[in-house]
Design a protein. Sequence first.
Lengths: 355, 513
Amino acid sequence: MNTDSISNTEFAIPGFSPGLPVEIGRIEKDLGKLWEESGESKTRASLINLAIYTESAEAVAKNTDLIAQIASEHACRAILVYANHSAPTRGARAWINAHCHAAGKREICSEQITFQLDGDSPSALTNVVFAHLDSDLPLCFWWQGQFPRQSDSRLWSWIDRLIFDSNEWDDPAGQFALVRQIAGERTVLCDLNWTRLLSLRSGLAHFFDNACALPYLQRIDRVEIAHASGSRISALLLLGWLAGQLDWKLESVLGRHAFRAADGREIAFDLVETQGCCISSCRLSAGETSFHLERAQNGEFFHARMEGVSFEAAPQLLPAGRDRITDILLMELGRGGKHPIFLKALAAIEPLLAV
Amino acid sequence: MPTASAMPTNPLREGLLSRSAPEPCSLVIFGATGDLTHRKLVPALYNLAADGNLPPSISVVGFARREKSDEQFRTELETAARKFSRQKINDELWNSFASSIFYHQSEFTNLEGYETLAKRLDELDAQRGTRGNRLFYLSAGPDQFPIILENLRKSGLNKATPGSWARVIVEKPFGTDLPSAIELNDMVQEAFAEADTFRIDHYLGKETAQNIMVLRFANAIFEQLWNARYVDHVQITASEPLGVEGRAGYYDKSGAMRDMVQNHLLQLLTLTAMEPPTDLSADSIRDEKVKVLRSLRRISGEEVAQYTVRAQYAAGSVNGKDVVGYLQEEKMPAGSETETYVALEAHVDNWRWAGVPFFIRVGKRLPKGATEIALHFKSVPPVLFRQTGQAIDDNVLVIRIQPDEGVSLRMSAKLPGSSLRIEPVKMDFHYGTSFGKATPEAYERLLLDAMAGDATLFARRDEVEEAWKFVDAIREAWDSGEGGKLATYAAGTWGPNEADDLVKRSGAAWRRL
């Protein structure tokens, strides 16, 4: 594999370049030169290493835009890797660029290194990531698409936060099993699909911050979730979160699934595919009482309503969060910490993933 | 009455919040047509709504003297929110939020107005599910506090029904000296228990002030050095280029010592000097802060002239503009001797800080606005680099509170080249550079904490009174003439020469900000 030649500077998509072409062996020097030439008006900043892996050439441009937006809130060293498995020969090319945004009189800049790895070589991926990390900073690695059955275990063991989006998977049951198998012990699993549910989970929790509403949690007997086509996993994770937090166990009888609470109560659930955003409605019912979050298409808020409760409660508007993947990733990077509730939610609905 | 901690917890909140959730309540603002309500409180409440952080039910009731309808009040507040909110106003959300705002017209002195308020709050509880929880915000002038508190008590508004709570938020100043602070605290406690009293010092709501504890206790490298063995002295500075800005009436009675040192700067000092608390509960942290205040060596009598400097600004130039002196400010009493600048050397007489001076300086009409804490470390022994003939600058760790919040560390490094030349370099962490996200305003956090019953970032009675004991002794000497004369400094300079001499005695110099 030739990593020092700069003879071929073209990216896989003609006419598009992810930055300034550089020899892989000179990346750090050329980045240094970039900063020297930019004078004192630009400040390089970095709080994390953000690596993104994609097997789509088209995704490189989108990811470059995404990194620019992420960098304005989370200064980082970004390493974008495009694995071109279908290339006939092995090889590697690199480009560098910087994303700057104004902060007072100065510009704050984050670096991006883009690699195109031609041919099939898991060790090349490990090497380019290992060789270009900003030392001592956490490594957040976003693996876009399906996880491979075969991979270099040394790469996974270095990752602090492994980011993925389970909505992209064809085989969620298999992929969830695989990701838990490959992740290092200290690696935090960050499913963007879980992050996507944050506003919805906060909205549902908000109902029960009211002490008068809290007892109804122990009487819920039905959960109805309306989700967009392609967002079934999101709906399942939401259901899993409720089950995990309220200690419901999944039961399956003759192909019919329901949850059973510790007091013997059955909790039926209904996932309905509709038009609209990822999850447009979630209703928790306890007999005649219901707690309903609903979001209009492209709406910025959830309308939160309690019906049939024994106390007065004014309807509220709650933030629904944003659906853009950039916003979801920003939210994930801004949260930090481990996600034990996610693992609990996942465990609660695992048998449903394959249904 | 069940306390917040005794309430059953919401299992759906696990992992979503690292603080207590605010409870449904009615927030009653006394002085609702004032500047604080418009500039800070309502924008803060709107931002909490926009972030989904308000409790599940809330009513905001403005209590003020002027006649106006709910609708007029909402319109006024909308104008203010559009001007001062850190987030853009969304019409749909504003309309939803505004439907929770109400206006109650009454004189503060009129008991009947409180009785009708009580009825109205009961109605709002029934209509909006606010559960009888009441949070009273005293945003009026401090001279109005006694009558408001008295009428709250007489009307029974201070008493919560079983299962509910009634709390009060008191804005500074918490008195003008120890006797008045005790009187105010007694008055507050006649109406509200200490656990239900939230004294706001908005400095404590600032992210960087909260970060002091994280910096100290979550980083092993700093805490080992955070003592008299390694620290030479500490400088705490709060400078501002502004003058009295039309507040002559208030400021002339107050002065820099009461306005800034007694509260904000002594709070920063306690956070810097305190021992690690046993846990992060409000009282554990405040216990440690009080210990620092109790350990502050009292400066009194003739010592005051030695350890403090007070000064007043004269005419000068700030940011290229000529400005008048303090005595020429509009509505200023002739011959006023109120200090606009204070510098003092404090000592925390405990094992950790024995012999370490804490230099505090605060002033108006200084060249620029900045609040920071700087720990100056002791010099290295002058042995190894003696032959180079160079002075080696001491290490300085700076915690910048505002603006440009962050932390920097000055250290020495070899200048590249064949000869050995040592120069100071700075490692600098800027919140704004590293975290692009806008941080919440201090009032957002503080309002939320008061609704949740978390008093960690509020001053406790004993903290306030201990701080007054320290300040009063100095003031008494100033007032009697024993504590030295009032100096002057030209506006736009870093204060009087006497302040430079104060630190020079300890072999130090004020930091160039």
